[in-house]
Ligand binder design. Sequence first.
Ligand code: ZN
Ligand code: FE
Length: 212
Amino acid sequence: MQKLTPIAIPALKDNYIWCIKNDHQCAVIDPGEATPVLNFLAKKRWQLTQILITHHHDDHQGGILELLAHFPYAEVYGSVTEAIMGLNRPLLGGETLKIVGLEAQVLALPGHTLGHLGYYLDGALFCGDTLFGGGCGRLFEGSYEQLYESLQKISELPNDTQIFPAHEYTLQNLKFAEAVEPLEVNPKIQIRIGKVRDLLDKKKPTLPSLLG
Ligand code: ZN
Ligand code: FE
C-alpha cells in the first residue's frame, strides 16, 4: 500500500515536476523552473523541505536557486559528479536516505548523463530522463552499454513499481514503438496509444506508468 500520491506540476514545454508530501515534509523532483512550483506550494500552503535532482540538465535544475531563495533550508540532493546549483546533499548512487521521512534508495543510472540518479521510495521510482512511458531517454554522455545496464537495474525493481519520468513523451514513444512493431506484431501498442490519447485529450498526464 503506497503512502504517497505524487502530484505532477507541469513545467516548461513538456516537463513534469513531481511533488511528494508526507506530514510536514514536502519534496519536489527536478524543478526545471521555480514559478509553477512556487504557485503550487502557495496554493497548498506547503513548505518545501527537499529538492531531488536526477541530473544536471537545465530543464531539471533551472528552478533550484529561486526555490532556495524562498526555502533557504531546503536540502538539495543530486550527483556529486555533476554541476548542480545549490547542491548541499551530494550523492554517488547506492545510498539509502530519508525522503519526506520515508526510506529511499538512490540508484546510479548512467546513460542520459554520466551522473544520472534515480530515487526509489514508497513503491515509486523517480527516474528523470532514463525511462519514459513507452521508451527510454536519449544518450548524451554515457554509452549504450551503460544505459542498457541502468535499464536492467530498473527492471530488477518489483513489477508494481510506479514509474515517474520527468517528461510527457509517452505518445511520441509509442508511435515509434508502433513503427517498429506494427499492429499485426504487437496489438498492445495500439491499445495503449488509445488510452494515452484519451488522457492527453483530457489534459491529464499519461504517467505514472507501471514497470511491469
Ligand atoms: Zn536531460
Ligand atoms: Fe529533460
